[in-house]
Design a protein around this ligand. Structure first.
Ligand SMILES: Cc1ncc(COP(=O)(O)O)c(C=O)c1O
Length: 468
């Protein structure tokens, strides 16, 4: 057994693999030299590789359409992108190039839709699915959007009380609505039933009492979302089949109902050994809906998904330099990086989410068990285990080497900017890193540019009320 970092990866996984390879001993990401980016932009920087967004959308859409054909399924598939996952204009615009519908989750999201309309990125026929808790402000904006001429807005009721608020806000507008079924969580969850949605055993009565004969609403969609992900587990299929049964029962009562929305939750690669049978799961979904509808003699619904993390997660990464190696005792070595993990990939700290972590250089060095530490003062600002490993193994940094070690956390494109409050006040005033956009032109040439420089102290001080 050899002991270089390269050998470790080579012996543990298939390598090179989709997106990751080595060139001249340094890591590349989708053919892009990370060393080149480091030399050009300096560290730390986060980047988004836009072409991956389209690849993901095309992949899911093709798989759904193939399964639809294979099963002779009568409904259509609709891909929605949920903006909450990554709101940046360049990200949403890239998804829209692939004709996705949009899912919103709060009042400002409706302003975002209006902005996209003004920029001619969407027209008024675009389907907009409004999820989330509906404040009065959010509802008023949704109604205003419909009054502007949007014809395909679906307001998904998150609770029973929302209908009354919606009716008060709607005036004379007839509104297309959906209902979200509250799921029961996985056994290890800290609560049993999700607060999101309407209890499954109340949906049918609620429909009969408040929706069926209500002339101001058109009931279109049943929505459910298993947030721990779409996976081939007894638990997932249990929730799925419960929702499907409710769909069928409602469909028997309601002609206008024609859409079954599976929410988000498609997984992404968070370790190099990741295996997931996207094709198999999608086929099972289509097959199950088809056979349940046939058994009960109801038409097969259109299927909607709202994939967030799946759409953008794998297009993002963040690159750090190791500033210092610190031996704190005989067994524990710390690699201190040039920003904070809590501030930049907050899910790694808050929900112990794992990302693919790889060194950019020094793959021929021996590997060592290390802890990665951020430069905030916080004890929790560290990363020392991986998805398939209780420890983090990285190339050793030898004292005689001039070149620093660079590390990348990959597939960080979903939620991290919003949750870390990109460009806002930061823990220990450690600035938001530089943000780089990478794209390819029609000929496949790489285009890269800075979207936003590292946050300056003036920007942060302005928020804090200094230097007015
Ligand atoms: C209603 C709804 N749809 C879709 C999503 C996206 O989930 P994911 O990023 O796991 O695909 C979320 C995430 O919170 C959600 O709340």
């Amino acid at each position: 057994m050899k002991n270089t970092y390269f050998d470790l990866i080579d012996q543990s996984y298939y390598f090179p693999q989709e997106g990751f390879d080595l060139k001249n001993g340094n890591l590349t990401f989708h053919g892009i030299s990370l060393k080149h980016l480091i030399d050009k932009y300096g560290t730390p920087f986060r980047f988004i590789y836009l072409p991956k967004i389209g690849d993901q959308i095309k992949k899911a859409r093709n798989l759904f359409n193939r399964a639809i054909k294979k099963n002779n399924y009568k409904g259509k598939y609709h891909y929605c992108y949920c903006t909450k996952c990554n709101h940046f204009s360049h990200v949403v615009s890239e998804a829209l190039k692939h004709n996705v519908h949009l899912e919103t989750s709060s009042s400002f999201d409706i302003d975002l839709i209006i902005n996209l309309l003004k920029d001619k990125k969407i027209d008024k026929k675009r389907t907009v699915i409004c999820n989330g808790y509906k404040t009065i402000d959010y509802l008023k904006k949704i109604v205003a959007l419909q009054e502007m001429g949007f014809t395909n807005i679906v307001v998904v009721l998150d609770s029973k009380t929302e209908l009354e608020r919606l009716m008060n806000a709607a005036g004379n507008n007839k509104i297309k609505i959906g209902m979200r079924m509250a799921i029961n969580e996985e056994p290890q969850s800290s609560y049993y039933t999700s607060r999101l949605g309407i209890r499954s055993n109340e949906l049918i009565d609620f429909f009969n009492e408040k929706i069926k004969d209500n002339p101001m609403v058109e009931f279109k969609m049943l929505h459910f979302f298993v947030d721990s992900g779409i996976k081939d587990s007894l638990y997932y299929w249990g929730e799925f089949k419960k929702a499907l049964k409710i769909y069928i029962d409602l469909k028997k009562e309601c002609d206008s109902l024609d859409s079954f929305n599976l929410g988000g939750g498609f997984p992404i690669r968070n370790n190099l050994g990741f295996e997931y049978d996207y094709e198999g799961i999608i086929n099972e979904i289509i097959k199950n809906i088809k056979s349940a509808c046939e058994n009960d003699n109801v038409p097969e619904p259109d299927i909607y998904t709202e994939f967030g993390k799946y759409t953008v997660g794998e297009s993002g990464a963040i690159i750090f330099k190791v500033l210092e190696k610190k031996d704190q005792n005989d067994a524990e070595i710390w690699y201190l990086i040039d920003n904070s993990l809590m501030n930049t990939i907050p899910d790694s700290w808050s929900i112990h989410e794992k990302f693919i972590l790889l060194p950019v250089n020094k793959w021929e060095n021996e590997y060592k068990r290390v802890n990665i530490g951020g430069i905030s003062c916080d004890h929790s600002d560290y990363y020392n285990s991986e998805d398939l490993n209780q420890e983090v193994l990285l190339p050793n940094m030898n004292d005689d080497e001039e070149e620093p070690l660079y590390l990348g956390f990959f597939h960080t494109g979903a939620y991290q900017d919003a949750i870390s409050g990109y460009g806002g006040i930061k823990h220990c005033l450690i600035p938001s890193p530089k943000h780089v956009i990478i794209d390819r032109d029609e000929k496949g040439n790489i285009i890269d540019y800075v979207y936003r420089n590292e946050q300056s102290f003036e920007e942060m001080f302005k928020i804090l009320g200094y230097n007015k």
